[in-house]
Design a protein around this ligand. Sequence first.
Ligand code: WT7
Length: 647
Amino acid sequence: MAQAKYPMPAELKNEARLDPAKYQEMYNQSIADPDTFWSQHGKRITWFTPYGQVKNTQFDKDNVKIEWFRDGTLNACYNCVDRHLPERADKTAIIWEGDDVDEQKHITYRELHEQVTRFANGLKKLGVKKGHRVAIYMPMVPEAAYAMLACARLGAIHSVIFGGFSPNAIADRVNDCEAKVIITANEGRRGGKGVPLKANVDKAVAKGACPTVDNVVVFKHTDTQGDWNDDLDVWWHELIGDCDTDCPAEVMFAEDPLFILYTSGSTGTPKGVLHSTGGYMVYVSMTHEYVFDIREDDIYWCAADVGWITGHSYIVYGPLANGTTTLMFEGVPTYPDETRIAKIIDKHKVNILYTAPTAIRALMAKGDAAARGTKRDSLRILGSVGEPINPEAWEWYHSVIGNSQCPIMDTFWQTETGGIMISPLPAASDMKPGAAMTPFFGVRPALVDNEGNHLEGASSGNLVILDSWPGQARTLWGDHERFEQTYFSTYDGVYFTGDGARIDEDGDLWITGRVDDVLNVSGHRLGTAEIESALVAHEAVAEAAVVGFPHDLKGQGIYVYVTVVDGVDTSDELRAELIKWVRQELSPIATPDHIQWAPGLPKTRSGKIMRRILRKIAANEHESLGDTSTLADPSVVESLIDNRLNK
Ligand code: WT7
């Protein structure tokens, strides 16, 4: 059944930046004639030399090539900063709201220019040049954005590492891209507690573990004094002490890399997703403007972390390219209490709030207390991202946070897509709670069955994208073959998202979740393989299998089956020890919810673990296990069911 729609509020639709009467025609043109469409819309950003070519892409699995605007030159930092100086120098570029309720800052575009150019000159002193890689491991402070933009200004490729990752995870990411410099802060603040960022970097680089790193730049965010290594460490403020603002933006070709962002896949180590400059900037600025219907005086708040793609595209590059005031929040939604989000909205008169279902569910768990004593009447548009939003959370977000006045843009996209792919548009589509609805310009979604046959009409299947769009990732750092393999070989000639989806009778899209071994825990993407490899690195563990299970708050929880080494006793102490181990080896976001001791795992005769069965047991759906006749030892399954933990 195609569910009842919530209509887009009429006054919003009529005043939208995009003309509702033109939407369908524009979409059709973007698909039928992408060259003409993007040739026109590529001009929304500033080019040093205009492009003559537009789309040059092929999805052939052995020869994937993605180029947009290839002969044009530009600079991403120039687009986010310099080009606003004539008209917006005194406009606030960034509002920073600290973890502490009394801490805030307003940074104008003029100040942003000054901070970014001085820091870029500081990086130059450290020898950073075009094409070098720079790792950024920062709290949610404006300096994180300055660092990204300074790299972009110099043509250095930044690789932001989420502040929740542990020393090992930092070292892996730094070494994979051979970063020359790491930029960090002495300490972050979250929920009233310190986050030991510099100490984690110290551990990551200890004993020469990151041989390519020449320097660690440390922003002094709190008064905490940690260890200091004279060979590597430099203070941010000392580095820029004698730097001026004279720092021309490097001239970059459209296809020169802008950044690498590591993300988890279903197998192996994290993948260094690479985005290039021109297509990415066009796509993120255009999606940001049209999905959120951005107006000149808007206060726009994306409550993500810059460590994820959402932060890259919709805290930094998209909004700043559009000259928008973007709010950065250092803390967490529930500190000092559950009214924090609503209070920030009132305090800064936020017009657009873009957050994740996991945050919405955490607030919803407190009933309507999250809105206590607040008005939220500045809000015009709400956004959701990161995982499917369940209809109850949608309704709560809509009625409680949005006073039943604000439409919700349920935006589906991925690290690899660079920007929003499927979402309602204020100008063009109505809403259904839980549905991502309609493709953005240039996006051609389709559903295929497991054999790759295209499904027509209302149906459910695997979500693929038939042709390239400008914001798409170009490759995986240092491994184009893996890029082709991962995204273009499952279904020949199309980009495979890894997600399942449904198209209803109205033709609207619903994303149903990952169909591969990627977990989505509280909106954080984790590979089961990564967690398993952390577990087997522990001396007591012989084998481990990790699966997701439905979790009310987190969306998915982490369920672990562990076979211990012969002679090791299984105990609650060992369980606690393994939980601590995973947190330290990988990240607290990968904390297992359940660890079940498994004397044996269900395997095929060729030794492959049958995860389908483990998923069912973890979800408490063992009544519908399906065919187990191909198992090497079917009796293993009964013992796992008897000892399951999620009853
Ligand atoms: C995966 C990508 C996109 C930025 C944040 C996550 C899931 C994302 C939605 C949505 C249903 C969603 C998908 C996707 N996802 N947005 N609106 N509805 N699912 O980026 O870490 O690369 O994760 O997040 O499963 O594949 P990411």
